[in-house]
Design a protein around this ligand. Structure first.
Ligand code: AMP
Ligand code: MG
Length: 471
């Protein structure tokens, strides 16, 4: 692996050097050969035991300078001045042939100066969960961190009960967060804050460096990225669950899958996370919460001397940008080839129908697609009449409409009950469901007869009602 580490070139206040723990019995559970290839890692140069050694943190790679990053964050609205990587070590950065720079980070590799009371470890559950969810997210075309490896450590980790330990390898455009900016702003360390903002611009948005107000340009870019990201989440029925500012990436990628989950039956106010008691991060609140997080970023840039009015103007772009991106994603899901403003009403009607009838979000789109040419009794009530008028006004055949819909509406999403089954089986040493689920999710839009079970909504007793951070 060819490391090219830029973050460790920033001032010492940005990070702490760490040494990942050596673990007793590293065993490779999952290896993402496709992603490894993109990163220029020749999988054939290593056998499984070597990969397990490296991606458990037990064996150091040449050129790697493991560091844990400092950051702060607003957690559920409350500011915590010091968080940081309490269980993560950035091995280094890799630049691909295409010239893209990626962080390669271990999660669960032991205590760091930011661990506070935690053990710095992870158990198998959150590792496999993030593996499944982040790769599925990528296949659904949503910006996200990726999964390179999952390694069992042979250690026992204690949560409520003894559990098998594991390490996850995450690949990200970067790990810069809104909380990284807040960390320096809260300390009044303007020199570091400026170094961070300049670094973020250089790494992610170099085009704004020449603007008259680069920091306003930076905010505008992050606003655009979050609008795009959250529009995607809302279109696929994804609930992040912990949209704290320390989990808001400057790159616009989905990051930190702790209690993240997909809707089964559609409900605007759905919450899965056990710790989100007041529904702050409920499904329909996500756009508002993203804008709240962006306001926290804006405040830090104000401290750097960026103009208040200009920052306000950049921030206020969010609602319109979100709405237009969301509509652009939703219209084809309803078979609309050329989106019009008035289609927002059609989308709203559909969601209200799903909500009032507690219908499965994902499967209802596929079922609607199959009704493009139907002339029998209506399955989706009065909504279907309005919908049929709209799609028949386009001059397209029913086959064209349903083909469009099936190309953007997934059949396979990481359903909670299968994710949990994959994890509980893996704890017993059986990776069959984990592997099959990943295989099904790698082609989310295609009928796959061998995996049709994974497309099904949960029946009563299979329904998962709560998810956990798993930390
Ligand atoms: P998260 O909920 O994963 O975004 O984590 C929030 C904060 O808690 C971060 O600073 C993490 O590094 C820290 N943290 C989570 N789990 C652990 C752990 N097992 N040991 C130490 N720190 C942790
Ligand atoms: Mg986090």
């Amino acid at each position: 692996m060819n490391f090219d580490n830029s973050y460790s070139g920033l001032p010492p206040a940005f990070y702490a050097s760490v040494i990942p723990d050596e673990v007793p019995a590293p065993t490779l559970l999952a290896w993402n050969a496709g992603l490894a290839h993109e990163l220029g890692i020749a999988s054939s140069d290593y056998d499984e035991a070597q990969l397990a050694g490296i991606f458990s943190g037990s064996v150091a790679l040449q050129g790697s300078q493991p560091i844990s990053m400092a950051y702060a964050g607003h957690q559920f609205g409350h500011f915590v001045p010091q968080l940081g990587d309490g269980r993560a070590a950035l091995l280094g950065e890799v630049v691909t042939k295409a010239g893209n720079r990626f962080d390669v980070q271990l999660k669960g590799s032991g205590r760091t100066p930011f661990s506070r009371g935690g053990d710095g470890k992870s158990w198998l559950g959150p590792v496999l969960r993030e593996y499944i969810l982040s790769e599925a997210m990528h296949r659904l075309g949503v910006p996200t961190t990726r999964a390179l490896a999952a390694v069992a450590t042979g250690e026992t980790v204690f949560r409520e009960s003894p559990l098998p330990g594991a390490v996850f390898t995450r690949v990200a455009a970067s790990h810069l967060r809104v909380g990284t900016f807040e960390y320096f702003a809260a300390r009044g360390d303007l020199e570091s804050l400026k170094a961070l903002a300049d670094y973020a611009i250089g790494r992610h948005y170099p085009e704004v460096a020449d603007e008259t107000s680069p920091y306003v340009g930076l905010l505008r870019r992050v606003v655009e990225g979050q609008a795009e990201l959250v529009a995607h989440w809302m279109s696929i029925g994804f609930i992040h669950g912990v949209m704290n500012t320390d989990n808001t990436a400057i790159s616009g990628e989905t990051i930190d899958y702790g209690p993240a989950a997909y809707l089964d039956e559609f409900r605007f106010d759905k919450v899965f996370s056990s710790i989100d008691s007041y529904g702050r991060y409920a499904f329909a609140n996500q756009p508002t919460m993203a804008q709240w997080n962006l306001a926290r970023l804006s405040e830090t840039l104000l401290a750097l001397g960026a103009g208040k009015d200009e920052l306000e103007a950049a921030l206020s772009l969010f609602p319109d940008q979100y709405e237009s991106r969301y509509l652009k994603l939703m219209a084809p899901k309803l078979g609309v080839h050329h989106v019009q403003h008035s289609d927002a009403g059609l989308v709203a009607d559909w969601l209200k129908y799903l909500n009032d009838n507690a219908l499965d979000y994902t499967l209802s789109f596929r079922e609607l697609a199959s009704r493009a040419g139907a002339d029998d009794e209506e399955r989706f009530g009065p909504f279907e009449t309005r919908w049929r008028q709209r799609i028949s006004s386009q001059g397209r055949t029913a086959a064209e409409v349903s083909a469009l819909m099936n190309s953007v509406n997934p059949l396979f999403i990481p359903r909670n009950h299968f994710v949990e089954q994959a994890i509980s089986d893996a704890v017993e040493g059986d990776l069959t469901v984990f592997n099959e689920l990943n295989a099904a999710l790698s082609q989310p839009y295609s009928e796959q007869p061998g995996f049709s079970e994974f497309a099904k909504a949960p029946r009563g007793h299979e329904r998962v009602t709560q998810t956990f951070c798993g930390t």
